[in-house]
Design a protein around this ligand. Structure first.
Ligand code: DON
Length: 583
């Protein structure tokens, strides 16, 4: 198949072209109505190495580690801890995440440091006697907290792949927390929005995230985090034990006890980060490496790519009603499967192979390729005949080092500032990841996602995720490192980043800046960011059965595209404080 990286003028030409293959489907969506290609700042370019993250301090620290001879895995460890200081909404040591790598020799691995349900958790723990969900119980406060995985994940990564000493990688975060971080306007606003919750969920001890002396944080104020600095120093000196044992564990367990949370010492002792085999697929001329369960992200992404492969998106045009029809229908079907089949593979059989079977996905795609309008979500159940399952804040960073190793990592507390519980004396925020389980079969979680048995709560089980760290290679070389936060929208944003590069020939900054679209089966609506579709295109889509839901911007895509000439081209999402740095 010919190389699909289009030059920009060619992509423009195609986007505006009226010459599309005429099928009943394309006839139904007649008229060009392509959105203009996204206007964006010039992407950052680098020759040897690049990092992109959600905070300038984390990107600065990551680049310094690379310049000191560290590899991409070293930079990931340093950036993870730096984000725990500089980006309290999502960077974390009290949460978890997924890291995907592809090394210079072509081998790849997926590190799962997802939180687990504490041993004391049970299927119906968030339901009242009538079987109804109790408001906020799974989303805030101590009972929402899963056993954190981040420090175990970083220790595991460093042990296997790191080059510089552990202390060298953790120290920059200790320094940052000790000196304090200058608040950006966005972080100040986030902390101010959360003030009442910080007060509510930390009754005994006002956390450092409340402005000393009261009042609102201003951009440029310094956030001092001395307790967090001491916790990070223990992690620097003792590694994993500096978090899961000793003083930090004691303080964490005291917070659990005081607030009725479930995480116990045996959960901390038993927590294991796990290496998993990445999922692999192919899209046009690219090999796709992505995250396996317990994330739903990789499976759904590869399903959507398989459904879209036979469609000529470039020819359908950029964000035309026809292209949107194809993309939204693929999304609808993948999310329907997610709800039924996906969960923690250590607790039941997840039919990954079946879901990634080309014939299965092509068959599913046939039902929209020949159809000139939306399929109602009520008419799209999970695909038949598969074996059943028995048994907004997150952050992403992308790294390529000068040795040719690539890292894509998405890490989270789940909601902004997680459970809002800050461990007294230890200064870090705890996650509210328990809400990613299906607390009640069929009832939507904070992201509107539904599920059932496959994602029911059980002690020690990992809650299903949408996080989709992904790496594409082309002719055996890394071509794209991509990922984003955004809850249920993560998978469709990662999809759009791939389509932007592969089908539409956008540069990395255009890809991340481009206004986005999202469909997740339920609710049956097309989410549209301002500027994503021409008004006339929206009218056409509405007329063909797509309820349009205008939505505030979402996601923070941070990507690195390796251009055919070898230059590293980064896109840092302008929706946040995201920053690309390289050399
Ligand atoms: O693992 C997941 O899918 C969610 N906990 C991610 C949450 C998220 O991305 C929030 N960000 N805006």
């Amino acid at each position: 198949m010919k190389h699909r990286l289009l030059t920009l003028p060619l992509a423009l030409l195609l986007a505006c072209s009226a010459e599309r293959p005429v099928t009943s489907t394309s006839r139904a969506f007649e008229g060009s109505l392509a959105s203009p290609l996204p206007q964006a700042a010039a992407p950052r370019l680098a020759r040897y190495a690049m990092v992109v993250s959600a905070h300038p301090e984390a990107s600065r620290i990551g680049t310094q580690i690379l310049q000191r001879g560290g590899n991409a895995y070293d930079a990931a460890v340093a950036m993870q801890f730096a984000l725990a200081v500089a980006l309290p909404a999502a960077g974390n040591i009290g949460g978890g995440g997924f890291l995907l790598y592809r090394d210079r020799n072509g081998s790849a691995g997926a590190l799962d440091f997802r939180e687990t349900a504490p041993a004391g958790a049970s299927r119906d723990m968030y339901l009242d006697k009538q079987g109804n969900l109790i408001d906020n119980l799974s989303t805030a406060g101590p009972l929402a907290v899963g056993t954190p995985g981040t420090v175990a994940g970083m220790a595991t990564l460093h042990k296997q792949l790191g080059k510089l000493s552990w202390a060298t990688l953790v120290q920059p975060a200790v320094t940052l927390a000790t000196r304090g971080v200058a608040l950006t306007a966005k972080e100040a606003a986030g902390l101010n929005r959360t003030r009442a919750d910080f007060q509510k969920y930390n009754p005994g001890s006002p956390p450092a995230y409340l402005r000393p002396g009261g009042g609102e944080w201003q951009p440029g104020d310094t956030l001092h985090l001395p307790e967090l600095a001491r916790t990070l120093a223990r992690i620097r000196d003792q590694g994993r034990a500096g978090f899961y044992q000793g003083e930090t564990a004691r303080l964490l367990l005291a917070a659990m006890k005081a607030g009725g949370g479930l995480v116990a010492q045996k959960d901390l002792d038993g927590y294991q980060a796990k290496w998993r085999e990445p999922l692999r697929g192919r899209y046009r001329d690219y090999d796709v490496i992505t995250m396996p369960p317990p994330s739903a992200g990789g499976v759904a992404l590869l399903q959507m790519l398989q459904m879209l492969e036979p469609v000529d998106l470039a020819q359908a045009g950029y964000h035309t009603p026809l292209a949107v029809h194809y993309i939204a229908e693929a999304e609808r079907r993948a999310y329907a499967d997610r709800a039924s089949y996906l969960g923690d593979p250590d607790f039941g059989t997840v039919p990954v192979q079946k879901l990634l079977d080309t014939d299965y996905n092509r068959q599913r795609a046939a039902s929209f390729r020949s159809r000139g309008r939306a399929t109602a979500s009520s008419a799209v159940a999970a695909g038949a005949g598969l074996p059943g399952y028995e048994s907004s804040e997150t952050t992403h960073y992308s790294i390529i080092d000068a040795f040719g190793n690539a890292v894509s990592c998405t890490t989270t507390l789940n909601g902004g500032y997680g459970s809002k519980v800050v461990v007294p004396g230890a200064g870090f925020l705890l996650n509210n990841e328990m809400d990613d389980f299906s607390a009640k079969a069929g009832a939507p979680n904070a992201y509107g996602l539904t599920g059932g048995k496959a994602n029911a709560i059980a002690p020690g089980k990992r809650m299903l995720s949408s996080m989709t760290p992904t790496i594409l290679t082309h002719n055996g070389k890394v071509a794209l490192v991509t990922g984003t936060p955004g809850g249920s929208t993560i998978i469709t944003s990662v999809l759009q980043s791939i389509l932007g590069v592969v089908d539409y020939g956008l540069n990395a900054q255009q890809v991340v800046t481009a206004p986005r679209l999202h469909h997740q089966w339920l609710p049956d609506q097309l989410d549209v960011e301002a500027g994503a579709l021409l008004p006339a295109a929206q009218d056409t889509l509405r007329a063909h059965g797509y309820p349009i839901n205008p939505r505030l911007p979402w996601g923070r895509l941070d990507i690195i595209h390796v251009r055919p000439d070898g230059v590293l081209e980064a896109g840092a999402d302008p929706r946040g404080d995201d920053t690309a740095l390289g050399y």
